[in-house]
Ligand binder design. Structure first.
Ligand code: FAD
Length: 347
């Protein structure tokens, strides 16, 4: 069956008995905190009763300060927002940020350090873990207590229960799709965390940098973010060209959804690689996932298995995608998509 099996692996022997104090490496952009950071806050709340949660925001200038004041009320459980304002943190390069997390940790005695499993968190947290000589636990999908976590292995085909028994802080990356953010009630909205500016006068950073910021580009699109969209429309290799892939984009527009793609479609150059869904792409968990011309390879399914409703259109009745689909249509996408586009009302 496709249901993940549970395996228990204990990776060490002692127990975390300190009180729980969590530092979350926060991600922000254009003066706002990113939803995946709030998911990490939701996750931190499952670590135990009476835990304290601090958010660490680094960057420079007014957009950092704007993000900090927003972060202070992003979730009622956040008690403190720590702000590192310096041009050293203008770009999220792992080297200075990892040093910063270590610097902050030395002053705070944190039992847990969390980041989301986004490219940002996956870039920074492992480097901090190496600095602290700690084994990080990545892609956590469930928290069973302060030292026990569930994470997928074998491309999501099995779930592994891991117990942390190291001496240093327990370091986790969190899959945001597994920790949805519930809307904050009017009452708790008024609860604001304190904002403290970190004194960086003693912050030492290596002058040798192995990485250099080159540039960043964002897709100029009105469509929702793939990682948090409620509807995702995915196209596979069968789309055959950039031109044909526009049908998927039109359908996504009509349904107010995000566009996804298989690795085969990305490798063929139909769409950029930030649209790839799966084991080596984005993990999605929408209300509705529609797959057109997607075979359903195990590496693709690893990224979609938490979707609420999966709809598949494939001309091969034996395609593996039909084993996980809630609704399947054996048919030619070049007939089905135009028909859908015609029958669906304008948005
Ligand atoms: P195919 O497997 O070629 O399937 C195309 C499907 O379209 C077929 O089922 C066919 O019947 C159907 N079709 C053809 N014409 C039509 C038509 N006219 N109408 C309807 N249906 C039609 N893949 C990912 O997607 N994401 C990942 O993150 C990922 N990570 C990987 C990591 C590793 C280490 C490896 C080894 C592989 C990874 N892959 C990943 C690749 C994965 O194994 C598959 O090769 C890939 O998902 C296949 O993409 P596809 O379904 O578009 O193409």
């Amino acid at each position: 069956s496709n249901a993940p099996r549970s395996i228990s692996i204990s990776i060490s022997i002692t127990n975390l008995s300190r009180c729980i104090s969590t530092l979350i490496i926060a991600e922000h952009e254009s003066g706002s905190i990113k939803p995946q950071t709030v998911s990490a806050v939701v996750a931190a709340n499952s670590l135990g009763e009476n835990s304290s949660i601090s958010l660490l925001l680094a960057g420079s200038g007014s957009s950092l300060q704007e993000a900090a004041s927003q972060a202070a009320s992003c979730h009622p459980s956040v008690s403190e927002v720590l702000v590192a304002d310096s041009d050293k943190f203008e770009y999220p390069l792992a080297e200075p940020w990892a040093k910063l997390v270590d610097f902050v940790r030395q002053q705070g005695d944190y039992s847990h350090i969390l980041a989301s499993s986004s490219s940002f968190g996956k870039n920074i947290l492992p480097r901090v873990a190496a600095l602290l000589d700690v084994s990080p636990i990545t892609d956590v999908v469930k928290i069973l207590g302060s030292d026990q976590f569930i994470r997928p292995i074998y491309a999501g085909n099995a779930l592994c229960t891991v117990r942390y028994t190291g001496a240093g802080p327990c370091m986790l990356t969190i899959r945001s799709t597994s920790f949805p953010v519930t809307p904050i009630t009017a009452d708790s909205e008024s609860k604001k965390a304190t904002i403290s500016q970190i004194d960086l006068s003693n912050f030492k950073e290596d002058s040798v940098r192995k990485s250099r910021y080159v540039g960043s580009s964002t897709q100029d699109t009105e469509r929702p973010d793939l990682g948090s969209a409620r509807v995702v429309i995915t196209g596979g290799r069968a789309l055959k060209s950039v031109e044909n892939f526009k049908m998927i984009e039109k359908l996504a527009e009509k349904l107010g959804g995000a566009v996804g793609a298989t690795r085969a479609a990305v490798d063929a150059g139909y769409v950029p690689n930030d649209l790839q869904v799966g084991q080596t792409g984005k993990i999605v968990a929408p209300e509705l996932y529609m797959a057109f011309g997607v075979s359903g390879a195990i590496q693709h399914l690893a990224g979609i298995k938490d979707s609420k409703v999966i709809v598949a259109v494939n001309k091969d009745a034996d395609a593996p995608i039909f084993q996980v689909a809630d609704y399947g249509l054996v048919g030619d996408l070049f007939e089905v998509i135009p028909e859908l586009l015609e029958k669906l009302p304008e948005k």
